[in-house]
Ligand binder design. Structure first.
Ligand SMILES: [Zn+2]
Length: 375
């Protein structure tokens, strides 16, 4: 008997979740449309809609236009009921965003703040979070959590980080970052967070290999929108794949790593440290930038082709370079196609969708994703 009750509760919860997700995908839907699309009875939909409205997750939103017959009441999600904060920790900056249940960025900010394992630094993180929450005018009770993205290998339990040449610290814990934050907090690897943002709420995109081209090179492998972390949480360390035997020296100590050829730093160096500046000069036909770019595209084509050969899935270029590469994508795709024995074009290649604080957004979305799965 007890087993039956538990199962009924589980079925009801699963139905509620499917209904919520369906409305989440649409702007406005009628009860009848939900029942039809999800093959549920109208009483089941009615009861679950009531549950969702009691939790303020769904609201009635006027009447839907009808092609005939009676107009139907419309339902839509209130995305503002819950929010999450995402932080992108880098050597000299902190990026911060507040997102809602749809992944809309309600507020974003980037401050210059050099990383240091000190009380002062961690207090500054807390001040930044409170300040953007105030600016976005959301209540602190709406905050499901703070996702903290770090340029480091993050342990399986998301409590510890290690190997972070970028931050120069190897023994930081989540408890250091969360010491002054009155919200649930979790650590995430930065590239995994950015890759997660690319596929979240885009179930049609499928699997992706996300190549993150920042001042260091990294990446993420997303299978059915889930990060494949590897056995030691070191998957997709694309930056340390050897692309030139005995080639340039990498910061890791090895030679010929992809990082030494594809770091955004290489481009920024020709434009006073600015990646945006580099692409501006490139568009204006600056010969020095043109030379570097030719070299860069050759290395990028090699790398993208390797990823395609290994994963046979969409390859997304992200990071600083990904934000500016859209109009140069054909050129890269052409170079990639020349290396591919199976495909004549590089149409599997794309630029990242999230260009603004992708890493911080991805870290925040982990909390939003958890919340929605638990509805
Ligand atoms: Zn390396």
């Amino acid at each position: 008997m007890q087993q039956v009750t538990v199962n009924n509760l589980e079925v009801r919860k699963a139905n509620r979740n499917r209904i919520y997700r369906y409305i989440h995908q649409k702007k406005q839907v009628s009860k009848q449309e939900i029942a039809h699309a999800l093959r549920m009875s109208l009483p089941t939909v009615t009861q679950n809609l009531k549950d969702l409205m009691d939790q303020s997750l769904v609201t009635e939103a006027g009447m839907l236009e009808s092609t005939g017959g009676r107009k139907a009441a419309a339902y839509s999600c209130d995305f503002s009921v819950k929010t999450a904060v995402g932080l992108d920790i880098t050597k000299n900056h902190i990026g911060a965003v507040v997102v809602d249940l749809k992944g809309n960025v309600l507020c974003h900010r980037r401050i210059r703040c050099a990383f240091s394992k000190t009380e002062e630094y961690f207090k500054q993180i807390s001040e930044l979070v409170e300040s953007i929450l105030q600016e976005s005018r959301v209540s602190t009770t709406s905050v499901t959590g703070v996702g903290i993205a770090v340029p480091a290998i993050v342990s399986n339990n998301h409590q510890e980080m290690n190997y972070s040449p970028a931050l120069g610290e190897t023994d930081c814990k989540l408890s250091d970052f969360s010491a002054y934050l009155p919200y649930p907090c979790t650590l995430f690897n930065d590239a995994n967070a950015a890759g997660f943002a690319e596929t979240w709420d885009h179930s049609d995109i499928g699997n992706i290999a996300y190549l993150s081209l920042n001042f260091t090179v990294g990446g993420a492998i997303l299978l059915d929108s889930r990060v494949y972390g590897g056995e030691n949480r070191r998957s997709a360390e694309f930056g340390h794949m050897t692309i030139v035997p005995d080639g340039r020296r990498c910061y890791c100590g090895q030679h010929g790593c992809a990082d030494a050829y594809l770091s955004a730093q290489r481009l920024a160096e020709c434009a006073d440290g600015s990646v945006a500046g580099f692409f501006d000069q490139l568009k204006q036909g600056d010969p020095a930038c043109g030379e570097i770019w030719k070299d860069y595209v050759a290395a990028l084509a090699l790398m993208v082709n390797n990823l395609r050969m290994v994963f046979d899935c969409r390859v997304v270029i992200g990071g600083y370079v990904g934000s500016y590469i859209e109009e140069f994508l054909d050129e890269v795709a052409e170079a990639v196609a020349e290396k591919n024995p199976f495909e004549r074009d590089g149409s599997y290649l794309s630029a990242c969708n999230y260009r603004l604080e992708a890493t911080a957004v991805g870290a925040a979305l982990q909390y939003i994703d958890r919340f929605i799965k638990a509805i």
